[in-house]
Design a protein around this ligand. Structure first.
Ligand SMILES: Nc1ncnc2c1ncn2[C@@H]1O[C@H](COP(=O)(O)OP(=O)(O)OP(=O)(O)O)[C@@H](O)[C@H]1O
Ligand SMILES: [Mg+2]
Length: 396
């Protein structure tokens, strides 16, 4: 299929897309590379193979092969690979404004985008969160759910004109949604920019719910895209901050440090390069700000946790490295600006939340107690580090 890669109303390039293979076999004409996804623009400008990068980028818009219970979802949707979904709704997403337009079509962004147009969400939500293979359900594939990233089961829904992302826990784990809410509580109290998450119950399962933080004039650009082929891996942190500052995001360092402090408190093991980024205006390409903090679910040692033991040490992700949380914290220049007394009482608040939903999660009292003890020990540990830094500094 000959097609045009679009960014909202702007034509980026024309190419040949093979539906059956899910790859672009030819690029005919590069029209406006500035409006391409940053990763493709970087590829083009460094004279690397744009066709390969375009195919990878487009495939990467689909549901990843590591999505929890992907087989079950595909069976319910009656398709064999997530790539098949990409041509069902022009590859449109709710995290950016890219889409693929058939070459001879007159269709316009305003006619099809999911920011303006509602989509059927209830059947996809059922298919995502119910564990049984219900037959005969007619699931609409005209939906932004064709293009969601990430490991956890998730679905976009509409409510009163707004778009929300629902996200489950991994397999039988229930902590991810609660961790998202805990991150929200911490960010609220410490004044960090974040997207607020709430708990919802879908099909007797606990999920988190957050509003879409992109609108039809903006896109999320991940740190992965910004850094890909664009930095020496050992210098990724400073390079990233420099790139953001050079593009007008003056408080980049502060915002990223906020995220590192949150991850320190929560022992978040999953701050990979697609779990943070920036927001860019798609009309004028201005870099607006860092993206609000999102996806802090993989925290408080949930993977290693068993009912007998909580493992206090863990490693966090730091750009292309995995490192222990204490050494990641060393990257934060001025810990004195964090007033942890604002977190007083948060452990009790979180404990109340875990108890409130215990009738569904069946989490034992012992586990709730351990999680809250761990949380409070993290806060106290950071408080002590900040105090000792202050003393150290006042002696100078
Ligand atoms: N509120 C939002 N608004 C717009 N886009 C979002 C929002 N939340 C998440 N996204 C996009 O969806 C992707 C997947 O979401 P998220 O990272 O929360 O899922 P996940 O399954 O927990 O991911 P991971 O595989 O990192 O564990 C994000 O990388 C981001 O591109
Ligand atoms: Mg993620």
């Amino acid at each position: 299929m000959r097609c045009i890669l679009m960014n909202k109303n702007k034509e980026i390039l024309t190419a040949e897309y093979h539906l059956s293979l899910g790859v672009f076999s030819d690029i005919y004409n590069v029209i406006n590379i500035d409006f391409a996804p940053i990763i493709l623009k970087n590829t083009y400008q460094s004279n690397k193979d744009l066709k390969v990068a375009l195919s990878e980028w487009f495939k990467g818009r689909g549901i990843p092969s590591w999505r929890d219970d992907l087989d079950l979802l595909l069976a319910k949707l009656n398709i064999s690979t997530p790539t098949e979904l990409l041509d069902k709704a022009f590859g449109l997403s709710l995290s950016d404004q890219y889409w693929v337009k058939p070459f001879d079509s007159k269709i316009e962004y305003k006619d099809i985008n999911f920011f303006d147009h509602d989509f059927e969400d209830s059947e996809f939500t059922n298919a995502t969160f119910s564990s049984t293979l219900e037959s005969n359900a007619k699931i609409s594939l005209i939906s932004p759910n064709n293009t969601t990233d990430g490991r956890l089961k998730k679905t976009w829904i509409t409510e009163e004109g707004k778009r929300y992302l629902l996200k489950g826990g991994y397999k039988n784990e229930v902590m991810q949604p609660f961790n998202e809410v805990l991150a929200t509580m911490i960010c609220d109290k410490l004044g960090f920019k974040h997207i607020p998450y709430k708990i919802n119950i879908i099909k007797d399962k606990i999920v988190s719910k957050c509003e879409c933080f992109v609108d039809k004039n903006t896109e999320l650009v991940s740190a992965h895209q910004i850094l890909h082929n664009n930095c020496e891996k050992e210098k990724a942190y400073e390079t990233y901050i420099n790139i953001l500052e050079n593009n007008g995001i003056n408080n980049a360092r502060e915002e990223i440090e906020n995220m590192l402090v949150l991850d320190y408190i929560m022992l978040n093991e999953d701050r990979h390069l697609n779990n943070f980024g920036i927001i860019r205006n798609v009309e004028n390409l201005v870099w607006i700000s860092t993206a609000p903090i999102f996806d802090t679910g993989e925290s408080l040692n949930i993977i290693d946790y068993n009912d007998e033991e909580v493992i206090i040490n863990g490693d966090g992700r730091f750009f292309y490295d995995v490192d222990n949380f204490d050494s990641i914290l060393n990257k934060v220049h001025n810990l004195k600006r964090f007033d942890l007394s604002k977190l007083d009482g948060i452990t009790k608040e979180f404990e109340n939340l875990l108890y409130k939903y215990q009738f569904i999660t069946k989490m034992t009292d012992r586990r709730i107690n351990k999680i809250c003890t761990l949380l409070s020990s993290r806060i106290n540990k950071l408080k002590k580090i900040i105090e000792s830094n202050e003393k150290g500094n006042s002696q100078i």
